[in-house]
Design a protein around this ligand. Structure first.
Ligand SMILES: *Cc1c(COP(=O)(O)O)cnc(C)c1O
Length: 443
């Protein structure tokens, strides 16, 4: 091996090695953006190796909803580690898996009864897609297309990517490899706007024309995350459910980002009082401690697959049902079941509306660079006219003592629910200042 080794910084983290050998998410090996060495994380703070403490505005990508080093989660991991970290799930089962699945079924829409444990959000989406395809195969009417909307994000594996926004996820790069799906424009009516039924027209047309080849519709309910942080009217989702029923097509809801309280409801589909046939969860399932996801479906879907050929759901990851992850997830769901999250998220939402609302003027926004401000639950988004200069803005935020990671034209926060008012004000103040500084944006 030919490795580049620099001198470890005071923190003991060799940044030259990192830069020369380790890929970070969506980055280049030849010209990587800077990374900040972290030595710890506690509560709502991320601790940099140089001793600075940053208020976390990202919950490590929607995951650490109760903050870092949560005593109950840490204790659950330690206790499970003492019994077993892992055993295979083929032919064996264990208390943490049963416990987490029971709690999960308590929380999700009550038509969902069957759980498949997977390792990451993208894999849960793969499993959901396979479930839908197998469902139709078992009915003797093979269908392999998926209908979705623009601006979506469902993960980075191929089936998941095929239903992501084609432009944002660079479908052109993988054109010959990616399955082709059916896209209609993203819903336009805002969450708090006046519902326009014309919003559903393209969706209805696509379903009416092609339902016989469509295995399922897949959507992120109410908030579209990494594909654009758009927040749409729940009536759209109600219309989608009605049309899926009318045309006999399955509905997959991807709650990987929105699930477990983030939008002010346990699951975002509750804003529309809609139940999916198949649901994916991940991210906050373990409170951000480790990777675990799940695909849930109705008994009817599971029985259809069971009654067909080969009669089994053809998926089985090596680390399926990992006891350590399940034990932490069960502890996390127990925290959620106590219900403090409702008041926490409501308080964060009210403060986000108040403080980010100051960027609005009569009929517009202050400065020339803000295109939109939107808030739902513990999610606050400022969309800008110009794209951010990542390195410059990241440095600005770290200087300001906060951890906010923008992308494209989106500067947004989704802090842990336990953030205190003064800490949240630090986040919103830094965000508000950043979006008004021209030097932090590309021309
Ligand atoms: C993050 C995300 C995924 C992918 O999850 P990974 O754990 O990153 O694979 C899928 N769907 C949605 C809505 C997400 O936000």
């Amino acid at each position: 091996m030919n490795s580049t080794t620099g001198r470890p910084s005071e923190s003991g983290i060799d940044l030259a090695f990192d830069r020369a050998h380790i890929w970070h998410p969506y980055t280049s090996m030849t010209d990587p953006l800077p990374v900040y060495p972290v030595s710890g994380a506690d509560g709502v703070y991320i601790e940099l190796a140089d001793g600075r403490r940053l208020v976390d505005g990202m919950s490590s990508w929607w995951a650490a909803q109760h903050g870092y080093r949560h005593p109950e989660l840490t204790a659950a991991a330690a206790a499970q580690l003492d019994k077993m970290a892992h055993v295979m799930f083929g032919g064996l089962t264990h208390a943490p898996a049963v416990d987490v699945c029971r709690r999960l079924l308590d929380l999700v829409p009550d038509n969902l009864e069957c759980v498949f444990l997977a390792d990451s959000g993208s894999v849960a989406v793969e499993v959901a897609v396979k479930t839908a395809v197998q469902y139709w195969a078992a009915r003797g009417r093979p269908r392999s297309r998926f209908l979705t909307v623009g601006g979506g994000y469902h993960g980075d594996t191929f089936a998941a990517m095929s239903v992501c926004d084609p432009v944002n996820s660079m479908h052109s790069l993988y054109a010959r490899f990616l399955p082709e799906q059916i896209f209609v424009p993203a819903p336009q009516t805002r969450f708090d706007g006046e519902w326009q039924s014309s919003d559903l027209a393209a969706f209805q047309t696509a379903l009416a024309g092609r339902h016989e080849e469509i295995a399922a519709v897949i959507l992120e309910p109410v908030i579209q995350g990494a594909g654009g942080m758009r927040i749409y009217h729940p009536e759209y989702l109600r219309g989608v459910r009605r049309l899926c029923d009318e045309y006999g097509v399955l509905l997959i809801l991807d709650e990987i980002a929105t699930g477990f309280g983030r939008t002010g409801k346990m699951f975002a589909c509750e804003h529309a009082a809609v139940q999916p046939d198949i649901m994916c969860v991940g991210k906050a399932l373990t409170g951000g401690m480790m990777t675990l996801s799940a695909m849930l479906c109705t008994r009817q879907v599971a029985e259809q697959i069971g009654g067909g050929r080969p009669g089994v759901l053809m998926h089985g990851p090596t680390f399926m049902g990992n006891p350590l992850a399940c034990a932490v997830a069960a502890a996390n769901l127990a925290i959620l079941q106590r219900g403090e999250w409702r008041a926490q998220v409501a308080a964060v939402e009210a403060q986000l509306k108040r403080e980010l609302g100051r960027l609005k003027t009569d009929g517009g926004f202050i400065g020339g660079n803000i295109r939109d401000v939107r808030v739902l639950g513990a999610v606050g988004v400022v969309e800008t006219v110009r794209p951010v200069d990542m390195a410059a803005m990241q440095a600005f935020f770290v200087e300001a003592g906060v951890w906010i990671r923008p992308f494209g034209r989106l500067v947004y926060i989704m802090p842990p629910f336990i953030v205190r008012p003064a800490e949240l004000t630090r986040l919103t103040a830094a965000l508000a200042e950043a979006v008004q500084r021209p030097e932090l944006f590309l021309p």
